[in-house]
Design a binder for this molecule. Structure first.
Ligand code: R5P
Length: 285
C-alpha cells in the first residue's frame, strides 16, 4: 500500500498506479499548539503487509511527517516499511562545514532509519549520503528521463553542467537524448545566493544548450550559467534538473535570464515537474 506524505501526493498516486497498489487514505493536521499530525487511517483499515511511504523532505515539517507516518503504519501492524525520499532534504549538508556544525544529512538519515526497513532516494546530491542510513539507502537514477520533454529539433546541442559535479547528469541526459556534445563550467560559490561561473572553451554560438543540474534551489547557479551563455551568442537555452526546489524568486530569476523552458521531475512537485520518477522508483519496488 502506498502512503503519501503531504509534499508528494501526486507522485505517490503515480507510483500507486504504476505498481497497481492501493493508495492509502491519509490525513494531515495540526494541533492548536502548532504540533503536526500526519496519519494513515487507510493503512489501519486495510492492514497491508507492506507500506511504502513516499515523502520528499523539503522542509522540517516534512521530515516530521515521515517519522509520524512510519510510526503510524507500524502501529497499524505493517510488517515492512519502505520509505521513499524522492528528494532528501538536508542532503547537501553532508559534512560539518565548521567546527561545532552537525552533519545534518547524517542526523536526518539516522532518524528516518529508525522507522524504515528500506530507504530509496532519487539522485542524491552525493551518493555517499546513502551510507548514513542503516541499512544503506538505495540511490535511484532518474536523470535519463530528463531528456523526454526536450524538443526533437535541438540545433547541434550541447549538454552542459554548471559545475564539474553534475557532468555525469549532463552525460546521462545527452545519452538519453541520443546526440550532442557534453561539457561543464567551473563554479565557485561565494554565499547561499552568490555564485561565480567560469565558462569552458566550448563553442556555443548558434547552438542550442541544455543546462543540467541535480538541484535548482535559489536559481543562482543556473541564472549565472545562462548569463555566461547569452554573452556567447548561444541559440536556445533549456534548463533541466532532477529536483526543482525553486526557492524564493528562482523562477523569475531564470525567466529573466532568458531560458526557453525549465524542466524538472516530480521529486518536488512544482509547476515545472513535467517528468515523473514513478517508473524509475517502481522498478525498485
Ligand atoms: C550544488 O552543487 C548543486 O549541484 C546545485 O548546483 C545547487 O544546489 C544549486 O543551488 P542554487 O540554485 O541555489 O544555485
Amino acid at each position: 500500500m502506498i502512503v503519501s506524505g503531504s509534499t508528494s501526493q501526486a507522485l505517490a498516486a503515480a507510483l500507486a498506479r504504476e505498481l497497481e497498489e492501493p493508495l492509502a487514505a491519509v490525513e494531515y493536521d495540526r494541533f492548536p499548539d502548532g504540533e503536526l499530525l500526519a496519519a494513515a487511517p487507510g493503512v489501519a483499515d486495510a492492514e497491508p503487509d507492506r507500506a511504502v511511504i513516499v515523502a520528499s523532505t523539503v522542509s522540517s515539517d516534512a521530515h516530521l511527517e515521515v517519522l509520524q507516518l512510519q510510526d503510524a503504519v507500524r502501529e497499524a501492524g505493517v510488517e515492512e516499511v519502505v520509505t521513499v525520499l524522492p528528494y532528501m532534504g538536508y542532503g547537501r549538508q553532508d559534512k560539518a562545514f565548521e567546527p561545532g556544525h552537525p552533519i545534518s544529512a547524517r542526523a536526518m538519515a539516522r532518524a528516518i532509519s529508525t522507522g524504515a526497513d528500506r530507504v530509496l532516494t532519487v539522485d542524491p546530491h552525493e551518493e555517499a549520503v546513502c551510507e548514513f542510513f542503516e541499512p544503506t539507502a538505495t540511490a535511484v537514477d532518474a536523470a535519463g528521463r530528463l531528456a523526454e520533454p526536450l524538443p526533437d529539433d535541438l540545433a547541434d546541442p550541447v549538454f552542459l553542467s554548471p559545475d564539474a559535479g553534475a557532468i555525469d547528469l549532463a552525460e546521462t541526459v545527452q545519452g538519453a537524448y541520443g546526440t550532442g556534445e557534453t561539457d561543464y563550467f567551473e563554479k565557485v560559490r561565494h554565499s547561499g545566493t552568490e555564485v561565480e561561473i567560469t565558462p569552458s572553451d566550448v563553442d556555443v554560438a548558434d547552438r542550442d544548450v541544455v543546462v543540467v543540474d541535480d538541484i535548482i534551489a535559489t536559481g543562482s547557479t543556473m541564472s549565472e550559467a545562462v548569463g555566461v551563455l547569452r554573452e556567447r551568442s548561444v541559440g536556445r537555452v533549456y534548463i533541466t534538473c532532477v529536483h526543482p526546489l525553486l526557492a524564493r524568486n528562482a523562477v523569475t530569476k531564470l525567466s529573466r535570464a532568458g531560458v526557453e523552458a525549465i524542466y524538472g521531475t516530480d521529486t518536488i512537485e512544482r509547476g515545472v515537474s513535467t517528468v515523473s520518477v514513478a517508473p524509475a522508483l517502481a522498478s525498485y519496488l
